[in-house]
Design a protein around this ligand. Structure first.
Ligand SMILES: NC(=O)c1ccc[n+]([C@@H]2O[C@H](COP(=O)([O-])OP(=O)(O)OC[C@H]3O[C@@H](n4cnc5c(N)ncnc54)[C@H](O)[C@@H]3O)[C@@H](O)[C@H]2O)c1
Length: 336
C-alpha cells in the first residue's frame, strides 16, 4: 500500500517524500508542476503530472498504486497573490481540494494529512497561538485553507474519514538534497539568502510600525526537515487508531524580520542591504505557535528549528545550488 503525496515536487513536499522514503514508505507523487520542479522528485518515485482536481486521474492513481492514505500539500501559497487574485486561490486550493477529497473518499481512501497554515488564524488575539484560538484569516489564501479544514471535518463526521490537519508556521531551511526555490520568491529567508549570494540587490522589509519590539513582523520559523518528520508521525497517528485533529507545527519562538536579517548577516558574512516598504495587505503582525499539542499527540519536537540552524542549512543549499532548480527544469522524464 502506498501514500499519495500531492504537491510532492514543491518545497515542503519534496522534503517530505525524501523523509517518508527513508522510513521505508511507498510514495507516489501527483503534481501539475505549476510551481514545483520535476527534478525535486527522485526518478524512482512514481510521478503523475496532473491536477489534484482531476477526479478521474486521482481514481486511476488510487487503483494503479494501491493508495491507502494521502498527504495533500498541493496548493498556491502566496499571501499577496491571493489578495490580488483571490479567484485562483479558491479555484486551485479550495475547488480542487474538494474534488480531491471527494475522489479519495469515493475510492475508499480514508486517511488524509492536510497542509493547513497558521494564516488561518489571521491577526491573533493572544500569543502564542493555540489550536483552539479564533480563526479569522486576513487574506483569501488563509480562507482557502480554513474552508478545506471545514470540509475535512465534515467528511470525518459523515464518511468516517480520519485526518490530521497540520497548521505549519513559516517553513524554512533545507536538507542536503532539497531546498526552497520559487519564482518569484516571497519568503523572507530564501530572499535574504539570495541577497547574500548576490543574485538580488536588497531585501524588502514590509512594514516597520507593527506592535512588535523592533516594529517589523514576527514569525515562527520551523525547519522543513522537522515538518517532514511531523508528516510521518501524522500518518502513524490514525494508523494507530487516533482521531481527527488540528495541530500546530511551529518552534514556539518568534523572530522579527530584522532579527532574521541580522542572523543571516552573521552566518553568511555578507552585508545584506535592506529596503523599507509599506506593510503588505493581509500580513498579520505576529504569528507564533503554541506547539505542545504536536508533542503530546504526535510525539513531535522541532529539533532543527533554531534560527541559526535553519539559516545555515538554507545557506549551504543555496551555495550548492546557486540557480536553485532552474538549471534542471527540462531534465527527467518518466511521468505517468
Ligand atoms: N511554505 C510555508 O511556509 C507554508 C506555511 C504554511 C502552509 N504551507 C502549505 O504547505 C503546502 C506546501 O507549501 P510549499 O511551500 O512546499 O509550496 P510549493 O509551491 O513549493 O509547492 C506546492 C506544489 O503543489 C503543486 N500544485 C499546486 N497546485 C496544484 C494542483 N492544483 N494540482 C497539482 N499540483 C499542484 C505545485 O506545482 C508545487 O509543486 C501548501 O499547501 C502551502 O499552502 C506552506
Amino acid at each position: 500500500m502506498a501514500i499519495l503525496v500531492t504537491g510532492g515536487a514543491g518545497y515542503i513536499g519534496s522534503v517530505a517524500v525524501e523523509h517518508l522514503r527513508s522510513r521505508g514508505e511507498q510514495v507516489v507523487v501527483l503534481d501539475n508542476l505549476s510551481r514545483g520542479h520535476r527534478v525535486a522528485v527522485d526518478p524512482a518515485v512514481p510521478f503523475y503530472q496532473g491536477a489534484v482536481g482531476d477526479r478521474g486521474l486521482v481514481a486511476r492513481i488510487v487503483r494503479e498504486q494501491e493508495i491507502e492514505s494521502c498527504i495533500h500539500f498541493a496548493a498556491y501559497a502566496y499571501v499577496a497573490e491571493s489578495v490580488h487574485d483571490p479567484r485562483i486561490y479558491f479555484e486551485n486550493n479550495l475547488e480542487q481540494g474538494i474534488a480531491l477529497f471527494g475522489a479519495l473518499e469515493q475510492a475508499g481512501v480514508k486517511r488524509v494529512v492536510f497542509s493547513s497554515s497558521c494564516v488561518t488564524y489571521g491577526e491573533p488575539e493572544n500569543l502564542p497561538i493555540r489550536e483552539d484560538s479564533r480563526q479569522w484569516p486576513a487574506n483569501p489564501y488563509g480562507w482557502s485553507k480554513l474552508l478545506l479544514e471545514r470540509v475535512l471535518a465534515s467528511y470525518a463526521m459523515s464518511y468516517g474519514l480520519s485526518f490530521v490537519a497540520l497548521r505549519y508556521f513559516n517553513a524554512a531551511g533545507a536538507t542536503a538534497k532539497h531546498g526552497e526555490y520559487h519564482e518569484p520568491e516571497t519568503h523572507l529567508i530564501a530572499n535574504v539568502l539570495r541577497v547574500a549570494a548576490g543574485t538580488q540587490n536588497h531585501v524588502c522589509v514590509f512594514g516597520s510600525d507593527y506592535p512588535t519590539p523592533d516594529g517589523t513582523a514576527v514569525r515562527d520559523y520551523v525547519h522543513v526537515s522537522d515538518l517532514a518528520q511531523a508528516h510521518g508521525a501524522a500518518l502513524d497517528y490514525p494508523r494507530q487508531g487516533g482521531t481527527s485533529e488540528f495541530v500546530n507545527l511551529g518552534s514556539g519562538r518568534g523572530h522579527s524580520v530584522i532579527e532574521v536579517i541580522e542572523c543571516a548577516r552573521q552566518i553568511t558574512g555578507q552585508s545584506i542591504p535592506i529596503r523599507m516598504e509599506p506593510p503588505r495587505p493581509g500580513d498579520p503582525s505576529q504569528l507564533v505557535a503554541e506547539a505542545s499539542k504536536a508533542r503530546n499527540l504526535l510525539g513531535w519536537v522541532a529539533r532543527h528549528s533554531d534560527l541559526a540552524t535553519i539559516l545555515r542549512s538554507a545557506w549551504e543549499w543555496q551555495q550548492r545550488n546557486p540557480t536553485g532548480y532552474a538549471r534542471e527544469r527540462s531534465e527527467h522524464s518518466g511521468n505517468r
